[in-house]
Ligand binder design. Structure first.
Ligand code: IPM
Ligand code: MG
Length: 366
């Protein structure tokens, strides 16, 4: 909903999270100033940062703050010093807890190429130029959350998880995907493993039923192994992909790599309440605190936040344009620089995008 002021819960998190969030907030503040709206920012702890202070990766008050905001902006979660903690209190649990607690069932991961970075793709340029794929990943169900799950001593020891989807779960995620396809290229590919798994046979039958409501969207189905292969063979065949939690986790990393912009992609996690927006990349502990990280994925996530949770599509488009133009001008952080190209810092990249946003707004007014 469009408002004059938005309440944003900011979760910088771990590793490079705080640095990239700082730049995204600077870009948001500049955008708000130019477009005449206000941001009320509520900073909270999550992940390792929360473990240090509260002994849990997701304190109640963090979740509570998220629930009463218009949207949540997250940096990154995870740091090596927590890797040996019991699974229940590892930083990742904070992320899964946010997804479950905010009922963020739909994860949108766009894989788009920035033309000036195409040489960084692992595929030939002609295979990936202009790709624009949207992966719609189910985020609060499937094997990530299914019961029963556990590790026990039966039969000399065993570990198990359950992949389960209910009809309402498949219906709501496919609705998000059909709607997206309807607004984009009108092609939807549902990815499953229906040749082996009953849960996938059921998933497929529900998606097919749903298709009747979207006669203009061409629906296809693919087994996940084939989809993984087709993504590198001929990525341009895809428009929107809808899939379950685990398959979506895997395919979205693969699709991100194709773009050559792995560190640059944003994501949105949506439910019926506030949405959460975060870069696809992780917390990169090896470069944390060095003002080296690329803030673009987080800045692009902030743009998605404006578009999806604040009804500010034009402002979001300006931020996206600013990113694109700054890249076209050859501005590079270390991760995206070709050999010999000059490298700038996290804060300098943020600064250039802020300046570009300002310039684009002014030009629009003229
Ligand atoms: C992702 C990540 C998470 C996931 C991890 C950190 C729990 O890989 O957001 O894709 O598996 O969903
Ligand atoms: Mg993942």
């Amino acid at each position: 909903m469009k408002k004059e002021a938005y309440r944003i819960t900011v979760l910088p998190g771990d590793g490079i999270g705080p640095e990239v969030i700082t730049e995204a907030i600077r870009v948001l503040q500049q955008t708000a100033e130019c477009a005449n709206f206000k941001l009320h920012l509520d900073y909270r702890l999550v992940g390792g940062a929360a473990i240090d202070n509260y002994e849990t990766p997701l304190p109640m008050e963090t979740l509570q703050a998220c629930k009463v905001s218009d949207a949540v902006l997250l940096g990154a979660i995870g740091a090596p010093q927590y890797d040996n903690l019991p699974a229940a209190i590892r930083p990742e649990k904070g992320l899964l807890g946010l997804r479950a607690g905010l009922k963020l069932y739909a994860n949108l991961r766009p894989a788009k190429v920035y033309p000036s970075l195409i040489q960084a793709s692992s595929l030939k340029a002609e295979l990936v130029n202009n790709i624009d794929i949207l992966i719609v990943r189910e985020l609060t169900g499937g094997i990530y959350f299914g019961e029963p799950r556990g590790i026990d001593d039966q039969a000399g020891g065993r570990g198990y998880n359950t992949m389960v989807y209910t009809r309402p779960e498949v219906e709501r995620i496919s609705r998000v995907a059909f709607e997206a396809a309807h607004k984009r290229g009108k092609r939807l590919c549902s990815v499953d493993k229906a040749n082996v798994l009953e849960v996938s046979q059921f998933w497929r039958s529900v998606v097919i039923k749903m298709a009747a409501e979207y006669p203009d969207v061409e629906l296809s189905h693919m087994y996940v192994d084939n989809a993984a292969m087709q993504l590198v063979r001929k990525p341009k065949q895809f428009d929107v992909i809808v899939t379950g939690n685990l398959f979506g986790d895997i395919l979205s990393d693969e699709a991100a790599m194709l773009t050559g912009s792995l560190g640059m992609l944003p994501s949105a996690s949506l439910g019926d309440g506030p949405g959460m927006f975060e870069p696809v990349h992780g917390s990169a502990p090896d470069i944390a605190g060095q003002n080296k990280a690329n803030p673009i994925a987080t800045i692009a996530s902030a743009a998605m936040m404006l578009a999806y949770s604040c009804d500010r599509k034009q402002e979001a488009a300006i931020i996206e344009q600013a990113i694109s133009q700054v890249l076209d001008e050859g501005t590079r952080t270390a991760d995206i620089a070709a050999e010999g190209e000059p490298i700038i810092s996290t804060s300098e990249m943020g600064h250039r995008i802020v300046e570009k946003v300002k310039e684009l707004f002014h030009r629009k007014q003229e």
